[in-house]
Design a protein around this ligand. Structure first.
Ligand code: HEM
Length: 172
């Protein structure tokens, strides 16, 4: 799968506007996404107990900026994909989550950019999201498989740290 030159150029032309209004887009994206309780709990879990919409906006910011930045540097994706995939796998992000985040992100871009988000612009961002999601899901599927393979059978573990994350959750 690859992106057409016209999709790339539309996304690149609008990336500065998306980046500039990144915080607003993040807030709106999470307002939309967190109508789904499962999505909300995935992000809560990654924020280690920080509360409130501000910390949720910061959780969202990596996403909004990642789309904008990534589109500018399509040729140089490798290390960034690896870092994101590792983070996602640590949080048990699954393929079925991708359409939900995609819908929330595109809806937020439309809400915040208003008339500047023409059908052409939205279609280009949807194409770019689908492309990135595909690359990430493939890498994440391999990482889940490697982890499962490494855990088959009996293993000795050394407890290196115990973090009482929250009142009812302790990470070992
Ligand atoms: C094309 C799709 C996506 C991109 C480009 C993307 C990008 C990113 C980036 C750049 C980070 C920060 C990584 C770091 O800390 O080094 C991140 C973290 C995270 N992502 Fe995604 N992501 C995508 C899809 C998803 C989906 C579908 C979910 C499902 C709910 C998700 C949930 C999360 C969570 C919970 C974090 C941790 C947030 C935090 O600790 O602040 N992401 N993602």
């Amino acid at each position: 799968m690859s992106l057409s030159p016209s999709t790339m150029s539309t996304v690149q032309a609008t990336a500065p506007a998306v980046r500039e209004r990144g915080l607003e887009i993040s807030l709106r994206m999470y307002e939309r996404l967190f109508q789904n309780e499962e999505m909300k709990s995935l992000f809560d879990q990654s924020r280690h107990g920080e509360e409130g919409s501000q910390s949720q906006a910061f959780a969202g910011a990596p996403h909004t900026y990642a789309y904008a930045e990534t589109m500018d540097r399509m040729a140089d994706l490798g290390p960034m994909i690896e870092r994101i995939a590792q983070k996602h796998v640590a949080l048990n992000i699954r393929p079925e989550h991708y359409p939900l985040v995609g819908e929330a992100l595109l809806g937020a871009i439309r809400d915040v950019l208003g008339e500047a988000a023409t059908d052409e612009v939205l279609a280009a961002w949807a194409g770019a999201y689908a492309f990135l999601a595909d690359v990430l899901m493939q890498r994440e599927r391999d990482l889940y498989q490697e982890t499962r393979a490494a855990l088959v059978g009996r293993r000795d573990f050394v407890v290196d740290r115990i973090d009482p994350d929250r009142e009812v959750v302790t990470s070992v």
